[in-house]
Design a protein around this ligand. Structure first.
Ligand SMILES: NC(=O)c1ccc[n+]([C@@H]2O[C@H](COP(=O)([O-])OP(=O)(O)OC[C@H]3O[C@@H](n4cnc5c(N)ncnc54)[C@H](O)[C@@H]3O)[C@@H](O)[C@H]2O)c1
Length: 244
């Protein structure tokens, strides 16, 4: 039986990369899926390719008003929301010397504030369903202090911490909140590095390869499903052993 039949799942930043893989996975397991992104053409094309049970909504996670209208539209369309994947993110490698306030603020607004707003506005819709699951995309650099990650990794450390705060606050409402920590995953985000840097990076991990978006989607679907009903506040790596 399809695990997500009758469930509605929102994935932010889902026009491409890991978010798009999440959407395909949830849809293949029976969910109504909501693709949100600032990339309109790609997001719409993904939803159109899935046909029924799929909707694209243009949505900037750093914009508070857009969260309110997102949940209103999804509840009106599908009758409720069961799962939110806070996946949207941007990455810019920069040393501390290269990092200015503008970069810190930009990454904060999308990666950290966007995740916070998603959790805040998901609470009432999830409560109306009697509970649900929120999955926040952090990173392996949200668990370690690596060079050239000050602006980005500080947001991912925050996502990891906010996840635990939300998990403890929302458990009474049967809302589970977990963070996922990918290592090197082959998406456009890795284009921020040159190829040699990427290859050297994943060759230094035990599995000596990058992961795929589909390998991350398997974990996200587990955390969204009733296979993980006693899992909350967890931080789970999907990194080929990067963090060992
Ligand atoms: N690729 C990796 O190796 C890696 C590793 C660790 C963590 N992550 C995290 O995983 C998540 C997915 O990344 P990805 O690798 O698929 O990257 P990606 O760049 O392919 O996808 C990110 C998506 O987020 C969207 N986005 C950016 N700003 C947005 C905004 N303001 N509002 C809504 N959407 C916005 C982009 O348009 C894009 O579609 C991110 O949170 C990223 O930080 C990625």
């Amino acid at each position: 039986m399809a695990r997500f039949q009758g469930k509605t799942v929102i994935v932010t930043g889902a026009a491409r990369g890991m978010g798009a893989a999440d959407i395909r996975r949830f849809h293949s397991e029976g969910a109504n899926v909501v693709v949100t992104d600032v990339l309109v053409e790609e997001g719409k094309a993904l939803a159109d390719s899935l046909g029924e049970r799929a909707l694209f909504i243009q949505h900037d996670v750093s914009n508070e008003a857009s969260w309110k209208s997102l949940f209103e539209t999804v509840e009106a369309t599908f009758g409720g929301v069961d799962v939110l994947v806070n996946n949207a993110g941007v990455y810019r490698p920069a040393t501390i010397a290269e990092t200015d306030a503008e970069l810190v603020e930009k990454l904060f607004r999308i990666n950290q504030l966007g995740t916070f707003l998603g959790m805040k506005y998901a609470i009432e819709p999830l409560k109306r369903r009697g509970g649900g699951s929120i999955i926040n995309m952090s990173s392996v650099v949200g668990m370690a202090g690596k060079p050239s990650t000050m602006a980005y990794a500080s947001t991912k450390w925050a996502v990891r911490g906010m996840t635990k705060i939300a998990a403890s606050e929302l458990a009474d409402f049967k809302i589970r909140v977990n963070s996922v920590h990918p290592g090197y995953i082959s998406t456009e985000m890795l284009n921020a590095h040159d190829e040699q840097t990427n290859i050297a990076g994943w060759m230094a991990t035990p599995m000596k390869r990058p992961g795929t978006s589909e390998e991350v989607a398997g974990l996200v679907a587990f955390l969204a499903s009733d296979d993980s009903t006693f899992v909350t506040g967890a931080e789970i790596t999907v990194d080929g052993g990067w963090t060992l």
